[in-house]
Write a protein that binds this ligand. Structure first.
Ligand code: ZN
Length: 558
């Protein structure tokens, strides 16, 4: 079915309750693990009906945040999701307590039980109302950001549209776009402060109701972090501080020399070329044609997959007013196909976000037949390996989008900006650890925490008098801080994996592609460490995990 016509019914809560009663009865009367398997399959169908409705509602709302029907549907999802979570969690608990647990795990995947353990530890009916309130605040942030209407250069623009000037060749234009962006965040600072303050207190309260000391512990369970905790993540951040921050600062100095300015201001950070960064040579439709050629050349299933993406119409990539910002990919379990979302604005970011989201989409499609919907996706730190990995594996085809000469430049820029991203990414993570450690902090104290972190990881940032950034408010522009606590480190963890694919592809491109496609097929059937191992990737929690990559990167960039 053509995706734009695809609709699903809202699941009926009472009918779902009755269905769960029957599932519990069948599970209780099972006399073997084999008896449990059809019960789990029927349960999965019920889960998928809910996920399908929730995911599709999320997609439609993002496509048009001003549509009254979508706003209402999104509100309904936010309100009733905790009721469904309650039913799901008690069934997961019943499976965890089952005398046939080991047999079921052997017939499906032990990783399912590890995930369900995290799920049961992060939910109890006592927090149902708090979860609904939390979702409401998240929607409020998304809607506020999407509502921005900024007068710039004789036009009214969204924040996403304004971002196209971040790497404009005209320095004055970059600076004024950056100031317009900063002014919008300053004007909206009271609301942004209020939303986050309420979120932090609400999350801390939920943690306490569930018996945790701080939200961080609950946050890790909610992220289904299996096999590692805040200590390992702190070690990784420290590795970045020691190994990558000095290199990132050197790269910033290289940038300054290339663009020939006295100093590298914040509005120069995204610019790596005197002519402005290379931009794709055509519009949306032209890019889709180039992408088709690229995936045909890459094979390994990407070719047929992308044909189906186009024939089903499962992409929404153009920017428009009222459409929520950002890029994402959702998998629709009943439709058996992923959906890809982005906001093209004519910059190199379009190619990045496109290859990134296709990476997610290809992985979820490759693993769609895993024995349970909960392991179609890996946990998110592993998910981002597939997306960021594909950004690097598509390197040999960048000439299609940029022309040959600009493609060489583009590859350098991609690598430089990825290395500079690592310190930024860990600062977003470190900030959240500090915030949830001291939930009673005032908004001003949070801004001071951010400034302390910036000094540690981002010493080359120069804001001058930009109102939002110079007062410690850069973090408010990162939607993950509001909407997905503790998610952001995943990009850094995964990038160390993706960079290993990059390194591998330099010496043996076909082996790199093969091992990438095999990793995609595994989906979420193993924990993060198990997936890394199967793909022959080093763990980021090992000391020296970045040494080889940095050597290779220096070699490439020299
Ligand atoms: Zn991603």
């Amino acid at each position: 079915m053509h995706f734009p016509d695809y609709t699903v019914q809202q699941p009926d809560l009472d009918a779902t309750r009755t269905a769960y009663e029957s599932l519990h009865q069948r599970l209780n009367s099972a006399t073997s693990g084999a008896d449990c398997l059809p019960v789990i399959a029927d349960w999965d169908r019920l889960l998928c009906e809910f996920k399908e409705w929730s995911n599709l509602t999320y997609i439609r709302f993002h496509q048009d945040t001003q549509n009254e029907d979508y706003i209402a549907a999104r509100k309904t999802v936010d309100e009733i999701t905790p009721k469904f979570t309650d039913l799901e969690t008690s069934f997961k608990q019943a499976l965890l307590d089952s005398p046939f647990r080991d047999e079921i795990a052997a017939a499906t995947a032990p990783q399912l039980f590890a995930k369900w353990e995290c799920n049961t530890r992060s939910f109890a009916p006592v927090i149902e109302d708090d979860l609904a309130a939390e979702a409401k605040l998240e929607s409020e942030y998304t809607a506020l950001i999407a509502s921005a209407q900024i007068d710039f250069d004789g036009e009214t623009m969204t924040l996403s549209e304004l971002r196209q000037f971040a790497d404009d060749a005209d320095r004055d234009k970059r600076e004024s776009a950056c100031r317009a962006n900063s002014q919008w965040y300053t004007d909206n600072a009271p609301t942004l402060d209020r939303i986050y303050d309420e979120q932090v207190r609400l999350r801390h309260g939920m943690a306490q109701k569930l018996g945790y000391d701080k939200f961080t512990e609950l946050g890790y369970q909610r992220m289904t972090r299996i096999g590692y905790g805040p200590e390992e993540v702190a070690t990784f951040r420290e590795e970045i501080r020691k190994e990558v921050v000095p290199l990132a600062a050197e790269l910033a100095e290289m940038q300054r020399q290339t663009i020939g300015t006295d100093s590298l201001k914040f509005w120069d950070n995204a610019v790596y070329s005197l002519k402005g960064n290379p931009r794709p040579l055509g519009d949306h439709d032209w890019m889709i044609d180039r992408a088709t050629e690229m995936f045909n050349a890459m094979g390994h299933g990407l070719d047929t997959f992308f044909d189906e993406v186009k024939s089903r119409g499962v992409m929404d990539l153009k920017s428009r007013k009222g459409k929520a910002g950002g890029g994402f990919c959702e998998f629709l379990h009943l439709y058996k196909f992923p959906f890809i979302y982005a906001n093209f604005n004519g910059t190199r970011g379009d190619v990045d976000v496109f290859t990134h989201e296709v990476g997610h989409a290809f992985q979820s499609y490759s693993s769609r037949n895993q024995p349970h919907s909960d392991i179609v996706w890996p946990t998110t730190e592993a998910c981002e390996i597939h997306s960021m990995g594909l950004e690097f594996l598509t390197w040999p085809h960048m000439d299609k989008f940029y022309g040959e000469e600009a493609a060489d430049e583009l590859r350098r820029i991609h690598l430089m900006s990825s290395l500079q991203f690592l310190p930024y990414g860990v600062s977003i993570d470190h900030f959240q650890h500090m915030v949830y450690e001291k939930p009673e902090a005032t908004p001003e104290e949070r801004n001071a925490m951010w400034q302390e972190i910036e000094a540690m990881y981002l010493p080359w940032y120069q804001y001058d008098d930009l109102p939002a950034e110079s007062s410690g408010r850069l973090w408010q522009q990162k939607q993950h801080i509001y909407n997905c606590p503790f998610y952001y480190i995943d990009y850094c963890l995964a990038l160390t994996g993706a960079l290993q694919f990059w390194s591998k592809s330099r010496t043996d491109p076909s082996e790199a592609m093969e091992s990438y496609a095999a990793l995609c097929k595994l989906g979420g059937s193993k924990p993060y460490s198990g997936l890394l191992e199967s793909a022959g990737l080093q763990s980021p929690f090992r000391n020296g995990c970045l040494t080889e990559i940095i050597k290779d990167a220096r070699d490439f960039l020299s």
